[in-house]
Design a protein around this ligand. Structure first.
Ligand code: E4P
Length: 219
């Protein structure tokens, strides 16, 4: 499963990229606004730090405007992915941007049929929002499973990008449901390796080695 970082903060992304385990980044207007940075400069830094797909979201709501904004974003770097909303205009723009050879992430997906339509429009990625569905008492993870089934039934190549992830359990469940990618807030990415028994086990190994005077290097 590919792991993306859901953030627009270049410094935080660069730190996490040092793990060698970051496959891409998703930004959105709310995340970009939070940084207070110039979005084009921030995206350029992010694209340099992470070689995988970097989603940059349009602000226009009409197809022509989305295409124009997408073309502008595409000049930043080769790994820019244009993020468009799941509307009729968004899917029209998706089709056109894909015809130009650009990657497109269709965002704000809340139903299996929406995801099918995005795949028909040639989306590179579909972003179902798990957490926001759970927030209103619906089954976010069920949506991932339904999309997986539909895409497999018809051999759609669109990658399922599990978004609005709120916990490490969400990552586990999305992986089990067959999501191709999960985009994680930095705080969740940092929690991925946490397990009390790992910490306890390591402490015991080191303490036993110290007591016995074990050494691997002379220094
Ligand atoms: C995905 O592309 C979105 O930026 C993000 O996952 C939304 O998450 P939220 O529901 O926590 O805002």
């Amino acid at each position: 499963m590919k792991l993306f970082i859901d953030s627009a903060d270049p410094q935080e992304i660069a730190e996490l990229a040092e793990t060698g385990l970051v496959d891409g980044v998703t930004t959105n207007p709310s995340l970009a606004a939070k940084t207070g940075l110039d979005i084009f400069a921030a995206l350029k830094t992010i694209c340099d730090a992470v070689p995988g797909p970097i989603s940059a979201e349009v602000l226009a709501t009409d197809a022509a405007g989305m295409i124009a904004e997408g073309e502008r974003y595409a000049k930043i770097a080769r790994n820019i992915t244009i993020k468009v909303p799941l509307t009729w205009d968004g899917l029209k723009a998706c089709h056109a941007l894909r015809d130009m050879g650009l990657m497109v992430n269709v965002t704000l997906c809340f139903s299996p049929v929406q995801a099918m339509m995005a795949a028909k429009a040639g989306a590179s990625f579909i972003s179902p929002f798990i957490g926001r569905l759970d927030d209103i008492g619906e089954d976010g993870m069920g949506l991932i499973a339904d999309i997986r089934q539909i895409y497999d039934n018809y051999d759609f190549r669109t990658e399922i990008l599990a978004a609005s992830i709120r916990s490490v359990s969400h990552v586990r469940e999305a992986a089990l449901a067959g999501a191709d990618v999960a985009t994680l807030p930095p705080v969740i990415f940092r929690q991925l390796l946490s397990h009390p028994l790992t910490d306890k086990g390591l402490a015991a190994f080191l303490s036993d080695a110290k007591k016995a005077g074990l050494k691997i290097r002379d220094t």
